[in-house]
Design a protein around this ligand. Sequence first.
Ligand code: THU
Length: 146
Amino acid sequence: MDDKELVQLAIAARENAHVPYSHFAVGAALLTGDGTVYQGCNIENAAYTPSNCAERTAFFKAVFDGVRDFRAIAVVGGPEGKPISEWCAPCGVCRQVMREFCDPDSFRIILARSEDEMKPYLLRDLLPMGFGPEDLDKPAPAQAAQ
Ligand code: THU
């Protein structure tokens, strides 16, 4: 699974977004250690606050399945019904969820504005000095599972 394939799966996931309020559709594709990919889309709600971002949809699907080993996530977003054309970076809440389950020094966040234009980051670049499980003297979930 290369980065371009992961971006293509994020673009496909975006088609499932439920965005009647923002009309901003986001897709994500989360690569696990064994090569499995979990896709996610944003899912909005009439009460607004229960809305869930694409990245967290992908993470929560994987965590429910017992997965704790994550390598990379591709994220794409833009106005519903149009092809993506701008970068869409994860919100702060999603970065914090990534921090719960991922190594900041190796987990990659791949932003894309087409399937051929990508910007790869490390989690540590997008969430510097993050607060994580180790700060509560807990092993990070990936280590705890080993
Ligand atoms: N959104 C995501 O799903 N992921 C991001 O990276 C940024 C924002 C969603 C939340 C909301 O449904 C819509 O995009 C507009 O903020």
